[in-house]
Design a protein around this ligand. Structure first.
Ligand code: RIB
Length: 302
């Protein structure tokens, strides 16, 4: 049973618990370094790690690790990464029956992580840009009884638009994580139940500085629920006229890569268990905080 609040509707109860994630799969190539090189500078780094990533993939794997019944809709190329990516999903309890395959390369993401754990990421989408909306909708019909759909911005927005419209028409609760940051059409938000940006994404979507006053102002202009994640400060649930803070525990950050995705995957799982949004955020903040204490993207999840 899940608690959902879609557009202008009130909270409603729903007896299903399948989670479907549509989004990217990448291979993360992470360089750990004390300092980030300046223009024209070459530096020695400390270590290198390759692993599975992609915002969609990370969110699905987080939910899978928590025990969710999770289905991944993503698109892989016909390269060396294809088989290992499928195996990784299966190892992490994520259903792979609806993965699309195309010619060309899979998504990759070179990442730099500095001594404070902060990252800089370049995504080369490859096959992620070739995901087919109609196939994705057929997959959702085949999966059936989906309670929560999760999406992000690492696949074309036209695809998200069609899939989220389908979800809305079928009373599926939807979570949209607008990452990487980009502006969103107002109509798209009509299909979204929960919009979850971080502060930087909030700024891009709303055109306003991320602060309490602007969170409330923005909330009045959108038809969906709003949570803003605040990194080491936790997260806020923004309601019509009040803001609820969920503080993060103090931890030593070694690598923040994928922490936001861990938040989203946990939040989706908790909602699918019919936990309240407040309980779900609390758990999501806790999991995201744990993830920054270990190196790697999915390898930092537990
Ligand atoms: O959010 C972290 C993710 O962003 C990485 O796994 C990388 O692949 C990019 O998608």
């Amino acid at each position: 049973m899940i608690l959902a609040k879609n557009s202008h509707e009130r909270y409603t109860f729903n007896m299903k618990s399948k989670i479907c994630v549509i989004g990217s799969s990448n291979i993360d190539q992470i360089a750990y370094t004390q300092n980030i090189p300046a223009d024209g500078e070459t530096l020695f780094g400390d270590s290198f790690q390759m692993g599975f990533g992609g915002k969609g993939a990370n969110q699905a794997v987080m939910a899978g690790l928590l025990g969710a019944d999770v289905y991944m809709i993503t698109c892989l190329g016909d390269d060396v990464y294809k088989e290992m990516t499928v195996t990784n999903y299966q190892t992490n309890n994520v259903n792979t029956d609806h993965i699309q395959m195309v010619q060309g390369s899979s998504g990759v993401a070179p990442i730099w992580v500095d001594s404070t754990g902060q990252n800089r990421i370049i995504v080369i989408p490859g096959a992620n840009n070739k995901i087919d909306a109609q196939k994705a909708i057929s997959s959702m019909e085949d999966i059936g009884d989906i309670s929560v759909l999760v999406g992000q911005c690492e696949i074309p927005m036209e695809v998200n638009n069609e899939v989220f419209q389908f979800a809305k028409n079928n009373s599926i609760t939807t979570i949209f994580n607008p990452a990487p940051a980009r502006s969103l059409e107002k109509e798209f938000l009509d299909h979204v139940s929960w919009l979850i940006p971080n502060e930087n994404e909030f700024q891009v979507i709303s055109g306003m500085e991320p602060n309490n006053e602007n969170f409330l102002k923005f909330k009045k202009n959108i038809p969906c629920n709003l949570i803003v994640t605040l990194g080491e400060k936790g997260a806020v649930l923004v309601e019509e006229s009040e803001i609820h803070y969920f503080e993060a525990p103090t931890v030593e950050a070694v690598d923040t890569t994928g922490a936001g995705d861990s938040f989203i995957g946990t939040f989706a799982y908790e909602l699918s268990l019919s936990n309240t949004p407040q309980e779900s955020i609390k758990m999501a903040v806790s999991k995201a905080s744990q993830s920054v204490t270990k190196k790697g993207t999915q390898s930092s999840y537990s």
